[in-house]
Design a protein around this ligand. Sequence first.
Ligand code: ATP
Length: 245
Amino acid sequence: DNSDILLSVNNIEVVYNEYVLVLRGLSLDVERGSITALLGANGAGKSTTLKAISGLLKSEDGEITRGSITFDGRTISHQDPERTVREGIFQVMEGRRIIQDMTVLENLKLGAFTRSDKGIKDDIDLVYSYFPRLRERKGLAGYLSGGEQQMLAIGRAMMARPKLILMDEPSMGLSPLLVKEVFGIIKKLNEDFGVTILLVEQNAAMALNCAKHGYIMENGKIVLDGTAEELRENEDIKEFYLGGG
Ligand code: ATP
């Protein structure tokens, strides 16, 4: 499928534990090759949206009860998460869910679990060229600093060679300097490989700086969308998400 839209979420409803309605008719499109930001306050349902796409909802007793999700022209809602990874979607979880008691290298190899090609070794070098500090860390991932763990989580996603990376709050818990560095890397990944990125963030200013389009979520649905530039200029967004003025 060569359409400009790589991922399309159509009017989905998501329920946890059979009765807690969290997404209430959410729709969004992600353009092929772009960075798209999904913004909104705590609890709006951003993480739930990513898990609905990756299929990780099921492991938290969540379910898509209405609507559909298509990726590259195929319906992926209700699909097994491993199959979704094989088809090219990789989620970088909130708060760097790397495996603490494995080494950096073992974590990176895990990212490539769906691959059997000969390029894995080269891709490990590629990840190290993006994150030189990771190459020097020979010990367990649990001993890495917060920033290094976030980098490892992104590196692990690179190892899967996905078409679409779902990124959940990459800035969380990082110093302003590291936030800048991580966003620079996200942008570079997108430019170097054309990998499409759906970026969930509380840090709206940073996200709108690197994204092409943005969606604003409130209470389980999209309330506003536009180009990043339009959203940066929007008075309501300035007031509520960009810290006034
Ligand atoms: P945050 O930035 O705090 O993660 P968010 O916008 O990503 O916010 P979600 O994490 O998707 O929001 O949560 C949306 C709502 O769904 C919240 O009210 C939350 O309590 C609820 N929720 C999330 N996960 C579960 C779960 N496993 N079981 C029940 N309710 C859940």
